[in-house]
Design a protein around this ligand. Structure first.
Ligand SMILES: [Zn+2]
Ligand SMILES: [Zn+2]
Length: 150
């Protein structure tokens, strides 16, 4: 696994950084400067649950969860999130939440970083990764290799 040696990864502690440039996998800008949360532009994504569709503005402060929904959704609801511009699914088919086993969604950041978060409302499990190098190799390393170090 020589690729792993070329990789730089930072796991950022909650509450210390603000996501300023989030994109969908196709490169659409998801930032919404018209709706601010904690004084910062929020991240606008579409959601679908049962037959209900709507939009949610995600709290851009990593580790903070004051998301704004366009309607009341019960805690525990698992949403399918997508890009409001091109409708691509944000769900990562390879990732599940290690806390509640719901699907995870991914927001792309500049320079190959990404935020991965649980699609279940009320589950606050998420990760911010600043990664260089090949991301699938990264994930493989996570799943196969990290336990050996803990
Ligand atoms: Zn898009
Ligand atoms: Zn979860």
């Amino acid at each position: 696994m020589a690729e792993v040696q070329n990789r730089i990864e930072l796991e950022v502690p909650p509450g210390e950084v603000v996501v300023r440039h989030a994109e969908c996998p196709n490169g659409c800008d998801l930032m919404d400067p018209e709706v601010e949360i904690h004084g910062h532009p929020s991240i606008r994504v579409a959601y679908e649950h049962a037959d209900r569709k709507g939009e949610v503005h995600l709290d851009p402060i990593y580790g903070s969860h004051d998301n704004l929904f366009d309607r009341e959704l019960p805690e525990g609801t698992i949403m399918e999130l997508s890009c409001p511009s091109c409708q691509v699914a944000l769900r990562d088919p390879d990732a599940t939440c290690t806390k509640c086993s719901a699907g995870m969604f991914t927001l792309h950041l500049p320079k190959g970083g990404f935020v991965e978060a649980c699609q279940r409302k009320g589950c606050f499990h998420h990760k911010l990764r600043i990664v260089t190098g090949e991301q699938m190799m990264q994930r493989l390393f996570d799943e196969v290799g990290m336990d050996a170090y803990l």
